[in-house]
Design a protein around this ligand. Structure first.
Ligand SMILES: [Zn+2]
Length: 498
């Protein structure tokens, strides 16, 4: 026996069984019932919203010999043949698979031949936007003068890519993403029919992740069944999907908003140790921020959230000053980060730096902190404070400089933290990085980051310094640059501060 995926097994067979798309379904069913059929239909909308399922129901409904009230009977030989794909007058063309060249040529030759078995020849062309220009032109010829016994159902996720000449010849139906409750309800039906116990939060998590696509939702359920047998709870769903546990996500988000960098870094550490992909961590955090933004704007009306509204409500309450623009800035940044992570080495550093930058964007600063940031950023353009006597460069002043850097931009502080001060005098600051911290060095070399450091130097020392960033050689007892520095400046002037 062939193994049927849940999606196929649970494909609706009548208009009545279709999930969602109420107006579209009612309109089409009525058209069949009253015999007011168009020659060409265009079904457009997101994947998994039921376009091809409904196209097949239409094909059956117009050919069924025993249908009642517009519904196909699913018992007559016509319905049965269409259901198992052996009916000669219903042709399915997948334009995505070979761009439809052969099929459309074939269609042009045979379209005027009368139906062999049924009342109407039905051509279902899926992903129609993928047709070649040549195939489109051929299709257009047929659409211009359609034989009365032919019906076209074109389906696409990207209606905007269809030529206006094709659009104007079709009766158009917009399919919408299914609502969360529609998907949950369907998942519940399917799992209970298969005697699988799925907890409510697990169902919701699957439905949220499927983002309004029933096909995706059922495929997630299928994976969970394979993994967990007959009892499924929310953590198993997260595990199967390779997603970050929601509790940890929320803790990360709360720590980011509260600017608790240590906590964020330690969570990232834990996730990496658990084997989570940095790309996934960045993307899940972005999704969490997206949910938070939706909830911040719409409250309990927010739809298609991946996080539970209860958790989001608490988070919004904890950070009343949180603005949607802060969140959208953070989301953009995290999505960009997840893109970068895909193509980069040194993923872990990139992840850490990326999150610290996100804290800068999304973190809620107190009034005092934000004024500090302004002063330190403004510092380089202001004239050096000549009246201020330069301080001696000691461990104490480096610490002070680092504090100023931290107040200015926490990511720059993180870039400087692994560096050791190789040399610091009245003119030059040389910082050394271990070879495995090359990423930090390179980031620190960027102009914007240098400016933050210069601002801090100016604040503490009264003037900027020439900054050198060097990679230390691990094998040498003393880095060569230190030896060189000692040689040039003398032992007294060079202090190594770990
Ligand atoms: Zn029938």
């Amino acid at each position: 026996m062939n193994y049927l995926t849940l999606y196929r097994q649970w494909r609706p067979q009548t208009f009545e069984e279709v999930v969602g798309q109420k107006n579209t379904v009612a309109g089409l069913k009525n058209a069949v019932k009253e015999g007011r059929l168009a020659h060409a239909y265009l079904f457009f909308g997101p994947r998994g919203s039921g376009k091809t399922s409904l196209a097949k129901i239409m094909a059956k409904a117009v050919n069924c010999t025993e249908g009642i009230g517009g519904e196909p009977c699913n018992r007559c030989s016509t319905c049965k043949d269409i259901n198992n794909g052996s009916f000669m007058d219903v042709m399915e063309i997948d334009a995505a698979s070979n761009r439809g060249i052969d099929e459309i040529r074939d269609l042009r030759e045979k379209v005027r031949v009368l139906p062999a078995q049924g009342k109407k020849k039905v051509y279902i062309i899926d992903e129609v936007h993928m047709l070649t220009t040549e195939a489109f032109n051929a299709l257009l010829k047929t659409l211009e003068e359609p034989p009365p016994s032919v019906m076209f159902i074109l389906a696409t996720t990207e209606a905007h890519r269809l030529p206006a000449t094709v659009l104007s010849r079709c009766q158009r139906y917009a399919f919408t993403r299914l609502s969360l409750s529609d998907v949950v309800q369907r998942l519940e039906e399917v799992s209970s029919a298969n005697e699988i116990n799925v907890t409510e939060p697990a169902l919701e998590t699957m439905a949220r992740r499927a983002n309004g696509s029933l096909r995706d939702a059922l495929s997630i359920l299928e994976q969970c069944i394979a993994f967990c047998d007959n009892d499924i709870d929310v953590n198993e769903v997260l595990e199967v999907l390779g997603l970050v546990n929601q509790e940890i996500l929320i803790q990360i988000m709360a720590a980011m908003l509260g600017q608790r960098t240590q906590e964020v870094l330690s969570h990232l550490n834990t996730l990496i140790r658990q084997g989570k992909e940095p790309v996934q961590v960045a993307r899940d955090t972005a999704m969490c921020a997206r949910d938070l933004m939706q909830y911040r704007l719409l409250g309990d009306d927010a739809e298609l959230l991946t996080m539970s509204p209860d958790i989001l409500r608490k988070l919004v309450a904890a950070f009343p000053a949180l603005s949607p623009s802060q969140l959208s800035g953070g989301i953009k940044h995290l999505l960009k980060l997840s893109d970068e992570l895909r193509y980069n080495e040194g993923q872990r550093f990139l992840l850490e730096i990326g999150f610290l930058e996100a804290i800068d964007i999304m973190g809620i600063t107190s009034g005092e902190q934000s004024s500090k940031i302004e002063t330190s950023i403004a510092a380089p353009s202001s004239p050096p404070a000549v009246e201020k006597a330069p301080k001696t460069t000691t461990a104490g002043s480096w610490e002070e400089i680092m504090d100023k850097v931290k107040a200015g931009k926490v990511t720059v502080h993180a870039l400087l933290a692994p560096a050791s001060v190789v040399e610091m005098d009245e003119k030059v600051l040389t910082l050394g990085y271990r070879p495995d911290r090359r990423f930090h060095r390179d980031k620190m070399a960027e102009k914007g980051n240098q400016e933050i450091l210069q601002a801090a130097l100016t604040q503490v020392l009264g003037h900027p310094l020439e900054i050198n960033l060097v990679i230390l050689e691990e094998t040498a007892e003393q880095p060569p640059v230190v030896r060189k520095a000692v040689e040039i400046f003398g032992k007294d002037k060079v202090k190594i501060i770990e």
